[in-house]
Design a binder for this molecule. Structure first.
Ligand SMILES: Cc1cc2nc3c(=O)[nH]c(=O)nc-3n(C[C@H](O)[C@H](O)[C@H](O)COP(=O)(O)OP(=O)(O)OC[C@H]3O[C@@H](n4cnc5c(N)ncnc54)[C@H](O)[C@@H]3O)c2cc1C
Length: 324
């Protein structure tokens, strides 16, 4: 029987593991992809908007000669933390079901070879993040191979007609990257201006590119349909057909809370936030904790590494107190 199983090896799951280990609990992390898989899926050349000390976990220094770390530096840092702290991590193993109650949870998994396994644990920490579940537009053609909900790098789009859907940081960053490689970029956003969350130093660059006509922006617009060669848009009530080669639907993500609901965690009817004690991160199901983005309500971006990394300490302290 494991003391603690942590589901998800993102920064917040890793932080919980470091803290639980220091509390003498020797946790097991089960991660369906690679370590910090969400960061691995970020745009290849991403530079974080957080400074490195705000991404640190377990008090282990994260240094970089630059003002802000790159994706590659973050991958290296979190890998180093897992090694240094000798965390037990089972990668490429997916948790498919959790059942039971405090002191006797069962965690059912399947690895990449289709082999199934069941673990038992006294406590469970769910730290499954949100990066797996893009906000789908639910329009015809969204599943065509030319459509992606993830942006990696600009090179493949050179000389292509690309529609970017969204108006937050991911859309702004991708649009500026793509213009640099000579793509013909149209940004389609349902609102009348960029999201207030757009990084203040990126906003003027985007606005300048739009003003100079280097990026076409369709505000107050909704995609109606995507075909092999076009995107059909409702632009302020007028339906327009745009010639198109690729679509980047950068519409954000939402957490999958199916484990939580099935285990009896109360989910807020309006925003889906799981009921939990903010000081211990224990849900209304005793022995079941949440860490990181999964704890957020409707606005998933309210929790990020900077603040979600503290959940682990709260959880470890609470489990230790309960065991005393
Ligand atoms: C482009 C981009 C830039 C960002 N920049 C910043 C920044 O500068 N500063 C900042 O603080 N935040 C930033 N964020 C947000 C940050 O990435 C997230 O807040 C952070 O990843 C959340 O950590 P987490 O551990 O809660 O979840 P995640 O990092 O999403 O980790 C969850 C893990 O759980 C695994 N998992 C899911 N389901 C299962 C399952 N059933 N079984 C096993 N494993 C499972 C996933 O594979 C994943 O590895 C950025 C996000 C994006 C997309």
């Amino acid at each position: 029987m494991e003391q603690v199983i942590i589901i998800g090896g993102g920064p917040c799951g890793l932080s919980a593991a470091v803290e639980c280990k220091r509390a003498g609990l020797d946790p097991l992390i089960i991660e369906k992809g690679s370590l910090v898989h969400s960061i691995y899926l970020y745009p290849t050349y991403l530079v974080f908007h957080s400074t490195p000390e705000l991404l640190e976990i377990g008090g282990i220094p994260f240094t970089t000669p630059n003002e802000k770390p790159t994706r590659l530096e973050a991958l290296t840092y979190y890998r180093m933390v897992a090694e240094r702290e000798q965390l037990r991590v089972h990668t490429y193993e997916t948790v498919v079901q959790v059942e039971g109650t405090k002191g006797a949870f069962s965690v059912h998994t399947e690895n990449r070879f289709g082999e199934k396994q069941t673990y038992t644990a006294k406590h469970i920490v769910i730290a499954t993040g949100y990066f797996d579940r893009p906000n789908y537009m639910d329009v015809p053609g969204e599943n065509l191979p030319k459509v992606s909900h993830f942006y990696q790098e600009a090179h493949p789009y050179s000389g292509m007609k690309v529609a970017i859907i969204g108006g937050k940081n991911s859309a702004v960053d991708a649009a500026l990257d793509l213009v640099r490689v000579g793509a013909e970029v149209t940004v389609i956003y349902r609102k009348s201006e960029l999201s207030p969350s757009v990084k203040p130093w990126m906003r003027p660059l985007f606005e300048s590119a739009a003003a100079k006509g280097r990026i076409r922006v369709l505000w107050n617009s909704q995609v109606k349909e995507i075909t092999e060669r076009s995107v059909i848009v409702d632009h302020e009530g007028i339906v327009e057909t745009l010639d198109n080669d690729f679509v980047l639907a950068l519409t954000g993500f939402r957490p999958d809370r199916s484990f939580l609901g099935k285990l009896g965690v109360h989910l807020d009817e309006e925003n889906g936030a799981p009921e939990h004690h903010p000081e211990t991160m224990e849900t209304n199901v005793p022995g079941l904790y949440i860490a990181g983005v999964i704890a957020a309500g409707g606005e998933a971006n309210a929790i990020f590494i900077e603040n979600g990394r503290w959940h682990g300490k709260a959880i470890a302290d609470h489990i230790r107190q309960q065991s005393e």
